[in-house]
Design a protein around this ligand. Structure first.
Ligand code: ATP
Ligand code: MG
Length: 484
């Protein structure tokens, strides 16, 4: 039995991964919402500055045209607006107020509030956040005759206001805004994750964990019926899975118990059979002696007695070896296939047979990595079956042949054993490869084909009956990887 899998570790367990996934998804969603709202906050801030600048300009407007604007007034207006310079440009006139104490900066980044395309707004917001610590900003927008922020739509488009100012205050504002949004998002993400987790944990993870625990425990002790899961009465997939698991565990429990009983019975049969064989062997010795008596009646009956005892001993012997040998794994070694099949002919009683010709078409020097004893048993069983099927026809026909052939395809090495006999009788066909059931011969145990198939499968191959019009053909298919 394979080693029991350990419990899932804390950080790769379902619940930890689930929480992390929920938080990540929500944060990702928040980023998608965050960018437009950052752009929006920046646009509002810029509009605000323009509105304040517009008010300052109205104050300047109030100064009579023939008077120069006092530097003090200009400076205090600019300080209130937080700007270095404010300009009003229109086809008719152009006005500029600037600080008297600071030189007019040259390089400035432009923010045009008339442009409202999302890409411009979003990249502008990010640009301010990343690069805006010590740049000058030039805000351009339509003049607002009312001087109110809400009246943006009614601004006169032919008049433009420009505000020159440091970008730092805008950046500071945006950083605060971004931090607040981030903290809010994190709180929402964690709260959502906690609520979702509570329900998912209650409805999914805990039942799954219960099933996992039950599977682990039951696998350790599959013959302990108290470890079979008690299904809940849920109607959903989890409930279905629990019920199926419970059914599977019950079936397995029953099967294991039955298997143990059968194994016990098998052991008992083997013991009885063993004693029976010994008793029969003693009887055989006696019958051999009886056969030597001169009495004509004894002489007539003795051969039949000997034959019957032989059969009984043979049967007991094959049942014993079936029980004993089924579990031995093959010990592969390089084997010359043609030579192996020559040996098999001898074992199967086909060597120099008076009525049956053998045609070994397997080419020379095909080396395979096999267990020679087990594979010899496979082919001997097949060849013996062929001989037993052909022998009764020996007097009527003189073309009886058993043929061994070898072909390869991409995946398989196919070794066929064919004869031109009567073909498989219906009883054998119906119970093909079923131990003790498949025999259609009076003296057969019905084990030959079953054993041959088991041994072939132990080599990674398969034994198949190939139905054809005349005769019988069995293919031993071995994996191509066995070819050396
Ligand atoms: N080449 C064949 N031609 C005709 N019938 C066959 C052939 N090979 C097998 N059979 C039939 O299939 C039956 C099952 O074969 P299997 O080798 O499993 O058992 P068995 O030969 O009866 O007994 P055992 O081999 O255990 O002594 C045989 O009884 C026989 O009727
Ligand atoms: Mg047989």
């Amino acid at each position: 039995m394979a080693e029991i899998t350990a419990k899932p570790p804390l950080f790769t367990g379902l619940s930890t991964r689930l929480i992390a996934m929920i938080v990540i998804v929500i944060l990702a969603l928040e980023v998608v919402i965050f960018l437009p709202s950052l752009a929006n906050a920046r646009a509002n801030w810029l509009n605000n500055r323009l509105d304040i600048a517009a008010v300052a300009l109205r104050v300047i407007d109030a100064v009579p045209a023939n008077m120069t604007i006092p530097a003090k007034l200009a400076d205090s207006l600019l300080t209130t607006a937080g700007a270095n310079a404010i300009a009003l440009r229109s086809p008719a006139r152009s006005q500029l107020i600037e600080r008297s104490d600071e030189p007019m900066p040259h390089a400035a980044i432009t923010a045009d509030v008339r442009r409202r395309d999302p890409f411009y707004l979003i990249t502008g917001g990010l640009d301010t956040l990343i690069n805006g610590s010590d740049r000058m900003l030039r805000i351009v927008g339509p003049a607002n005759p009312d001087g109110t922020a809400a009246a943006t739509a009614s601004r006169d488009d032919t008049q433009l206001i420009e505000v020159i100012m440091s970008e730092a205050p805008l950046r500071a504002e945006l950083i605060t805004y971004a931090r607040n949004i981030f903290l809010l998002s994190l709180t929402i993400a964690i709260l959502t994750a906690a609520v979702l987790f509570f329900f998912i944990n209650r409805d999914l993870i805990r039942p799954i964990k219960r099933m996992t625990d039950s599977i682990l425990a039951f696998r350790k002790e599959p013959e302990n019926a108290s470890l079979i899961i008690v299904p809940s009465d849920r109607k959903d997939e989890i409930g279905m899975t629990e019920r199926e698991l419970a059914a599977m565990q019950s079936d397995l429990f029953a099967m294991l118990r039955q298997r143990r009983h059968l194994a016990d019975l098998g052991l008992a049969v083997a013991k009885i059979n063993h004693d029976l064989r010994n008793t029969l062997t003693s009887a055989q010795l006696l019958s051999d002696q009886v056969a030597n008596l001169d009495d004509p009646n004894v002489q007539r009956l003795a051969p039949r007695l000997v034959h019957t005892l032989d059969r009984a001993i043979g049967f007991a012997q094959s049942v014993l070896s079936y029980g004993r040998e089924s579990g031995v794994p093959p010990k592969p070694q390089p084997v010359d296939l043609r030579a192996l099949l020559e040996e098999v002919q001898f074992e199967a009683g086909l060597r120099a047979h008076p009525g049956i010709r053998v045609d070994n078409q397997v080419p020379d020097e095909i080396l395979l990595r096999l267990d020679p004893d087990q594979m010899a048993r496979v082919f001997t069983n097949l060849a013996k079956n062929a001989r037993e099927a052909l022998e009764p026809l020996a007097e009527k026909r003189d073309d009886l042949t058993v043929c061994f052939s070898y072909t390869e395809d991409q995946d398989w090495l196919i070794i066929s054993v064919m004869d031109n006999g009567p073909g498989l009788p219906p009883r054998a066909r119906e119970n093909l490869f079923v131990a003790f059931e498949g025999s259609a011969r009076a003296e057969g145990t019905g084990l030959g084909l079953t054993i041959a198939r088991e041994l072939t499968e132990a080599h990674g191959g398969e034994l198949v009956f190939v139905d054809q019009e005349k005769g019988t053909r069995f293919d031993v298919r071995l994996p191509a990887s066995l070819l050396i």
